[in-house]
Design a protein around this ligand. Structure first.
Ligand code: ATP
Ligand code: MG
Length: 393
């Protein structure tokens, strides 16, 4: 349903003629709104919540922007179109409140119809961005989780992503979903200019092409979707936005590797819903192992049983740590890979060059390779061979 906020009564039949009778349009207008709080206007008009709100024509620019901004805060999934003279101020303001569609009042009917249709299909995509087809997918979405902080999630996620990318360059995206304190960028010496926060702001109008603008390329061909640069930006990211973004990434990349913050927050749950595989990571210390057992129990309780679980013990084999068999017994899972403690890991983290690349012979790098091998397919290497042969000719 389209909500039309304009004093122009005649615009409703005009718009209806453009979009067809199948799309319901409701016009709301109250002259008192011009001086009302934008949030009150949203509350008074968005009942029921529309799929799209069209503000204008003949709504002053500053009011239109305030209302569009208020819709963004109250109903971030509602697509927004402003119909007003496209002054530089309006376009700049629209960008700040995440409005992608701005059309001048004298635009052609086709122009307006196309803008509305883009918003309608984006809204439909947001609604259907469900992980329902996980079982049929051939690509892998791998979420890295640990119950305790500092277990090595970021080290594992970055090395895994780079390792997979070496088998199939350009087809891997690393997503930093540790939205408050994500550090995948610095671990790989990247400083994303665009981040998850920018992508989230535009989530309702993104498509596979426009989403790429928000990814930061690594020289290896790997792509990173970096974390927000401020805690305020992080707090404004909704799970619906993350779903829409993951839904698109899954359609673009063969491998999506997702780093998370410790424990299970809403974004980790969203990410697990999209995942084919989970890497459950703990260290060989009692609190970490116990917390991992509780985390596994929680996944069972909330029904997150579909993604394949790969249990990984980090900093394994230290003299003071627990024995692997004891850890496995406590957690109730067999370890797929054990990563030894290595000074090389710390050095490579500090240098921004993950160990799988900087010191491939280091025992920890070899374990990372073992982990990578759990996910690569023969097709990946076949395409690599083909490229190599082409390169030699
Ligand atoms: N196998 C290892 N050997 C030596 N040091 C390691 C190993 N794994 C991780 N580290 C070091 O431990 C620290 C924490 O690792 P990392 O940042 O990957 O953990 P994390 O689980 O992502 O933490 P957070 O929960 O804070 O995001 C880093 O300094 C890293 O270099
Ligand atoms: Mg981390």
């Amino acid at each position: 349903m389209i909500l039309l906020l304009t004093p122009e009564e005649s615009f409703l039949p005009f718009l209806q003629g453009l979009v067809g009778e199948n799309v319901a349009i409701r016009r709301h207008w109250d002259p008192a709104w011009r001086s009302a709080q934008p949030l009150d206007v949203v509350k008074a008009s968005a009942n029921p919540v529309p799929d799209i709100v069209v503000v204008g024509p003949t709504v002053p620019e500053d009011i239109a922007l305030d209302w569009a901004g208020a819709f963004d805060r109250e109903h971030p999934d509602v697509g927004r179109l402003i119909i007003a003279p496209t002054t530089p101020d309006l376009l700049m303001g629209a960008m700040h409140v995440g409005v992608r569609e701005v059309v001048p009042p004298n635009a052609s009917g086709d122009h307006i119809r196309e803008a509305v249709n883009r918003l309608i299909s984006a809204s439909a995509r947001l609604k259907t961005a469900r992980p329902a087809e996980v079982a049929q997918r051939t690509n892998r979405v791998i979420t890295v989780l640990s119950a305790k902080g500092g277990s090595g999630k970021t080290v594992v996620a970055t090395n895994l992503a780079l390792g997979l990318n070496a088998h199939k360059p350009g087809s891997v995206c690393l997503v930093d979903l540790d939205i408050q304190f994500g550090d995948c960028g610095s671990t790989m010496n990247l400083e994303p200019e665009q981040t998850l926060a920018d992508a989230a702001l535009n989530a309702s109008v993104l498509d596979a092409t426009t989403l790429k603008v928000f990814l930061t390329p690594h020289p290896s061909g790997l792509f990173l979707l970096g974390p927000p640069q401020s805690l305020v930006d992080a707090s404004e990211i909704t799970t619906t936005q993350v779903k829409a973004i993951l839904d698109l990434l899954v359609g673009i990349f063969d491998y999506v590797v997702i780093d998370t913050s410790s424990g299970i927050d809403d974004h980790a749950i969203t990410s697990m819903e999209f995942s084919t595989d989970l890497i459950l990571l703990c260290t060989s210390e009692v609190p970490s192992v116990r917390a991992m057992r509780r985390q596994v129990e929680t996944l069972d309780t909330i029904g997150l049983t579909r993604p394949k679980r790969h249990f990984v013990i980090n900093r394994a084999g230290t003299r003071v740590g627990l024995r692997t068999t004891d850890i496995e017994q406590t957690v109730g899972l067999d370890a797929s890979v054990e990563i030894p403690s290595s000074r090389g890991v710390v050095m490579s983290t500090n240098q921004g060059n993950p160990i799988i690349v900087s010191a491939p012979k280091d025992p920890a790098a070899r374990s990372m390779q073992e982990l990578v091998q759990l996910f690569v397919t023969e097709d990946d290497d076949a395409s690599l061979d083909k490229r190599a042969r082409k390169g030699k000719r």
